[in-house]
Design a protein around this ligand. Structure first.
Ligand code: AMP
Ligand code: ZN
Length: 468
């Protein structure tokens, strides 16, 4: 079966076929690295990981580019407030971002270009737009003339009415209010942050960053472009306008957008203050697998309301999956008659059918839970054969290579602080300082980590789960 995806460009479900057989080229808009990303951002990034993993499962090679927005109003303002260079400031949050995606089991993209390292590419693209008469200078800045691109609005259906978000009120020098900045001339608020280029002293706008970097790494036309739904307008509409006006070619063939994570019915957003970072949730003893599971439990085109009850339920589910996986690993064949092989094939087919249908994760998960239930029953009855076990294990592995929600026994990596405590305890034990070792064990236990000393070394398990 072929994967079908909802394409925002055209607003319908389409069969997915990459330009080049066997290879999928994807561009995903990455984080603005001015702070820790929140789990709303991670809903989109985890969804993109599901897409990536499923494409690989379908046999494609994936080449994914994700930009890091390391220059914009927010990064400049925050770095100046802290009195550190933009580079030093954004390095901190880029590092944190990579730690967070590793924690959430998100596979790394092939390339993570930083905006500040691609200024020359942006300048040459802007020059091309100037030469074509699509961009114009005004008061030292360069703007895109929206009226010059006849297809403007083809993605979002918005021809350029004003949407308050992301549009600064200070741009009186534009010909039309809907025109947007490609290059911003330096002003005092930018401090030390500027580039001296053929366009003058200044810095690039946000949208041009993605057009220049996608073209550089993926070519003029690539397969999939993805982000959260808030990026459809103006960001993606503007990317199309910039790239397609410059090349005369289609920018991306499939536009795939992830709906928002909400809190009490409102979008989770830094500006609303209703957000949780991954780190906050880990500090409250929630596990990465449960957070990931929760984010994947709804279909990506449906809104998902974040609640602590939901997260606590997700904890229970991933624990059950972990127990099931352990049980399957340890199970011994009892019967010679295959009783599960045929039904596992059916579960797998239904699972794949759900995923092929625009990555319908809730249905795919429901099928997997049916499978777990039936296998548990057969194991209780002692009615499994070697073949049965092999088929079940293979399906479990397939499932987890796509969803990646079953914690291994050592699960999610431990927070560095807790890991350090375990190491201090080991050190104390080596010194035969049993009192200190016990004290650290108690401290870890208070923080929800139970230790077990085994011949292979110390193992840990999360036991206490706090809910608000
Ligand atoms: P930003 O760092 O603000 O550029 O956002 C990074 C990604 O997170 C973008 O793809 C956004 O569309 C996405 N995003 C932001 N808020 C949410 C949310 N509440 N739910 C889902 N995705 C979001
Ligand atoms: Zn972008």
């Amino acid at each position: 079966m072929t994967l079908r995806l909802y394409n925002t460009l055209g607003r319908r479900i389409e069969e997915f076929k990459p330009l080049q057989e066997g290879l999928v080229k994807i561009y995903t808009c990455g984080p603005t690295v001015y702070d820790y990303a929140h789990i709303g951002n991670f809903r989109t990034f985890v969804f993109q990981d599901l897409l990536r993993r499923y494409l690989k499962y379908k046999g494609y090679s994936v080449f994914q580019v994700q930009n890091l927005t390391d220059v914009d109003d927010k990064t400049i303002k925050a770095s100046r407030e802290q009195g550190v260079s933009l580079r030093e400031y954004t390095d901190r949050y880029i590092q944190a971002y990579f730690q967070d995606i590793d924690t959430l089991g998100i596979e790394r993209a092939e390339v993570y270009p930083r905006a500040t390292e691609h200024i020359a590419d942006m300048v040459s693209l802007i020059k091309k737009l100037l030469d074509l008469g699509i961009a114009y200078f005004s008061e030292g800045s360069v703007y895109y003339r929206v009226s010059a691109f006849k297809d403007y609005g083809k993605l979002s259906g918005i021809k350029g009415e004003l949407k308050a978000e992301r549009i600064k009120a200070d741009e009186y020098s534009k010909e039309e209010i809907r025109d947007f900045a490609l290059w911003k001339s330096w002003d005092e608020e930018d401090g030390e942050v500027f580039w001296l280029t053929e366009l003058g002293k200044g810095r690039p706008g946000w949208h041009i960053e993605c057009s220049a970097m996608s073209m550089k790494y993926l070519g003029e036309t690539f397969d999939i472009h993805s982000g959260g739904v808030d990026l459809i307008f103006p960001h993606h509409e503007n990317e199309i306008a910039q790239s397609e006006a410059a090349t005369g070619k289609l920018l991306a063939r499939y536009w795939v957008h992830c709906e928002h994570l909400l809190v009490n019915g409102q979008k989770m957003a830094k500006s609303l203050g209703n957000y949780f970072t991954l780190r906050e949730l880990l500090a409250r003893q929630y596990t990465p697998s449960a957070i990931r599971f929760l984010l994947l439990s709804a279909h990506y085109r449906d809104r998902l309301n974040f609640t602590f009850d939901g997260l606590a339920q997700a904890e229970t589910v991933v624990r059950r999956l972990q127990d099931f996986s352990l049980r399957l690993t340890e199970a011994k064949p009892i019967s010679h008659e295959d009783r599960l092989v045929e039904s596992v094939k059916e579960y797998k087919a239904r699972f794949e059918e759900a995923m092929d249908n625009d990555l319908n994760s809730p249905t795919a998960l429901a099928v997997f839970f049916e499978f777990v239930k039936e296998v548990n029953k057969k194991l209780d009855e002692g009615k499994v054969s070697q073949n049965d076990l092999e088929y079940c294990r293979a399906f479990l592995n397939t499932f987890n290579s796509i969803f990646n929600v079953i914690p291994s026994t050592q699960e999610d990596r431990l927070e560095p602080e807790l890991q350090a405590l375990i190491e201090q305890r080991q050190e104390a034990r080596r010194r035969k300082d049993w009192a200190t070792a016990d004290k650290i064990r108690d401290e870890l236990s208070r923080r929800g980590i139970q230790l077990e000393d085994t011949p292979q070394g110390v193992k840990w398990r999360r036991v206490k789960r706090l809910t608000l």
